[in-house]
Ligand binder design. Structure first.
Ligand code: HEC
Ligand code: HEC
Length: 342
């Protein structure tokens, strides 16, 4: 437990040092909070019980419109917190929501280690946006102080995921649940009377669990190898050399670190990889499935996901401009996604 915290602190120091060359602007390279506390929500005490509450929320299928889908449906602990269904993973990649027949556009990334992403920021030295959660960084962390906490407010209300109608519906289920008293004990009775505040507290609780050492375990074979407790086979060693050497993977998948500050295999930036279409992605058929009379994907088979564009979608341009220290030029260059026929 302490070790994770220690590693975490060292990581922050390293990433701050790496930004030394950049124009000083503390807002842009905000250190990662271990656990977001959020403003105006002073009630949280005792991180272990907060994580325990978050765990209950994460695994509660009741928190969906048909009572059939928890976060874990798409982020299974048994598979490193990504989608647990082999068939789905080798075909369309996208998971069905609580409402049968509704699909979003993307494969779930792992929700493990997501709390360690820095708050979405613009790094002028690299002329790149970095941090945030989601494939496009749009869960910035600007609201609740940690991208994963901002992220956790999405799925409960997303019509192609847990699909509850509004935050009040989530709060009703949370406060009436068998962990409702735990929720009130941690966040105060007010949390169940003020929907917006309570919904922030739900998200902060989920993020506390996601940031706990139950989730971010650093228990892979590679971690054991770094700690001198395991050995790589010859072929693994050769792959490691290739990965960090000739193949150039570490240009983006940062692999330098120690047992105390293990690498997370990401530099948290966004790249246009030019990945071709996956024709089996069910989202291409979502022009025929409607939510409130509107097709989920009006473009149907013509849809192009600009996820890895330099400017995340759905972010308020003015806020992005401020947070990026006026990197206005970049805002002129939206989507760069290569359309690969196939
Ligand atoms: C129906 C499947 C589904 C459900 C249910 C779901 N997710 Fe996800 N999750 C996804 C997809 C797909 C993405 C990527 C979305 C994007 O990039 O636009 C994602 C992204 C994330 C990320 C971002 C990880 C990163 O590194 O950027 C986190 C964290 C996460 N989900 C946590 C949760 C939590 C917490 C819940 C429950 C409140 C939840 N998810 C429910 C499919 C799901
Ligand atoms: C130009 C930057 C860049 C380089 C170089 C690069 N990658 Fe990636 N890689 C990405 C991005 C961006 C993703 C999408 C997922 C993400 O944002 O982390 C990705 C995703 C992946 C994934 C899937 C991760 C997941 O969670 O689903 C693997 C595995 C991977 N890369 C391996 C490699 C290997 C092996 C190499 C070297 C041969 C390499 N990458 C080189 C940027 C890069």
């Amino acid at each position: 437990m302490e070790r994770t915290a220690l590693r975490f602190v060292v990581l922050v120091v390293i990433s701050a040092a790496a930004c030394d060359g950049a124009e000083a602007n503390d807002d842009m390279v905000a250190p990662v909070p271990a656990f977001a506390t959020g403003s105006g929500n002073p009630g949280a005490t005792g991180q272990p019980s907060l994580a325990a509450l978050g765990k209950k929320l994460f695994f509660d299928q009741r928190l969906s419109v048909n009572g059939n889908q928890a976060c874990a449906a798409c982020h299974g602990p048994q598979v490193g917190w990504t989608g647990p269904d082999v068939d789905v993973n080798v075909h369309g990649g996208v998971y069905e929501g609580s409402v049968a027949g509704r699909f979003g556009n993307r494969k779930p990334p792992s929700s493990g280690y997501a709390t360690l992403a820095p708050i979405f920021n613009y790094d002028p030295a690299n002329r790149a946006f970095a941090g945030g959660n989601f494939w496009d960084g749009r869960a910035t962390g600007w609201k609740l102080g940690n991208p994963a906490a901002d992220q956790a407010q999405g799925p409960f209300l997303n019509p192609v995921e847990q699909a509850l109608p509004d935050a009040a519906a989530v709060m009703h289920l949370v406060c009436a649940g068998d962990y409702g008293s735990l929720f009130r004990k941690i966040w105060g009775p007010e949390a169940c009377n003020q929907v917006d505040r309570g919904y922030d507290d739900v998200a902060l609780s989920v993020a506390a669990y996601e940031g706990s050492d139950q989730v971010n375990r650093f228990a892979s074979k590679f971690d054991a190898f770094l700690a001198g407790r395991g050995h790589l086979t010859p072929i693994e060693r050769a792959g490691y050399q290739l990965f960090t050497g000739k193949a150039g993977c570490t240009r983006c998948h940062t692999a330098t670190g120690t047992a105390a500050a293990p690498p997370l295999f990401t530099d948290f930036t966004y790249d246009n990889l030019g990945v071709p279409r996956n024709r089996e992605n069910p989202f291409y058929r979502m022009d025929k499935v409607f939510v409130n009379g509107v097709p989920i994907n009006p473009q149907g088979a013509a849809f192009v996901d600009e996820a890895e564009s330099p400017v995340p979608q759905g972010l308020h341009p003015q806020r992005l401009f401020q947070e990026s220290g006026g990197a206005g030029a970049l805002l002129q260059h939206p989507g760069q996604v290569a359309e690969v026929p196939g």
